[in-house]
Design a protein around this ligand. Structure first.
Ligand SMILES: *[C@@H]1O[C@H](CO)[C@@H](O)[C@H](O)[C@H]1NC(C)=O
Ligand SMILES: *[C@@H]1O[C@H](CO)[C@@H](O)[C@H](O)[C@H]1NC(C)=O
Length: 246
């Protein structure tokens, strides 16, 4: 996804009279050249994560998310509706992409895109209703979630569509997954003014993070899939596929 964003930047620079001031590394890759694509994507993560507003590429670190709803109704231990609003995702500037395949001249059926982030933080207001381990929850406040060593494995289903006579690529959510070596959570005011109960619940959540994550995983994957594909497709809609590669 970030690859596409980068390639769009390239197109933009080439049609821009100021292109001389942009570094050489912003050249197009050949179709299907995974090594080249990975280099570009990682350059975006490391050096261009502050965003390019003119290209509809938002800041990636922090990445602001207006709404993220995690509704999990059938978990064994977790049965909650968790709503985040106006949150920041922090950590993508240290991400490393290690697989990017499918961007052939005729895009393959699936784009396989994988990247790793040493530390990913989600920070902002939450609202929760539901039940965790037989305890009813109904709180709202500030929250901070930290995930260590996150691997995202994203397989987007590709779809081409026509816009003004040009073929554009669209990525549809498909098989996605992620893993982490550790999840730490802090939900402030989980039980309103009952601070002790809130502390106890946060301790419980952190001690049982593996089970909690297992129950919430598919919902989280779905939420992130939506966030990422929205950003990418917004950009893709503005550039024909053939403009992105040599
Ligand atoms: C990126 O990694 C460096 C070195 O480990 C660390 O100091 C920095 O806080 C990290 N940045 C983010 C946004 O995680
Ligand atoms: C996470 O997934 C990646 C890629 O699939 C794998 O290499 C890594 O070992 C996994 N880590 C954990 C903690 O399961």
């Amino acid at each position: 996804m970030f690859l596409i964003v980068l390639l769009c930047l390239i197109t933009y620079f080439q049609s821009n009279i100021n292109c001389a001031k942009f570094p050489n590394e912003l050249t197009k890759c050949n179709y299907g050249d995974s090594e080249c694509i990975l280099t570009k994507v990682n350059d975006i993560f490391q050096n261009k994560h502050k965003g390019f507003h003119g290209l509809l590429l938002p800041s990636l670190d922090p990445l602001h998310i207006r709404k993220l709803n995690l509704v999990q109704g059938s978990g064994q231990r977790v049965n909650i509706e968790l709503y985040f609003s106006e949150i920041d995702l922090i950590g993508l500037s240290n991400a490393t992409a290690y697989k990017a395949t499918g961007f052939d001249q005729v895009p393959l059926e699936f784009i396989d895109f994988r990247f790793m982030i040493p530390m990913l933080m989600i920070k902002g207001p939450y609202k929760v209703n539901g039940i965790i381990s037989f305890l009813p929850l109904n709180g709202r406040g500030e929250s901070e979630l930290v995930l260590d060593n996150v691997h995202f494995v994203m397989k987007f289903k590709t779809k081409m569509y026509d816009k003004n006579g040009n073929a554009h690529l669209k990525l549809e959510k498909s098989k996605m997954n992620f893993n982490t070596t550790r999840l730490r959570m802090n939900f402030v005011d989980l039980f309103g003014s009952n601070e002790q109960l809130g502390l106890n619940m946060n301790t419980f959540l952190n001690e049982n993070w593996k089970e909690i994550l297992e129950d919430l995983k598919m919902t989280i994957v779905d939420g992130f899939g939506e966030v990422f594909s929205t950003i990418i497709n917004h950009v893709l809609n503005n550039f024909a596929y053939k403009e992105l590669f040599n």
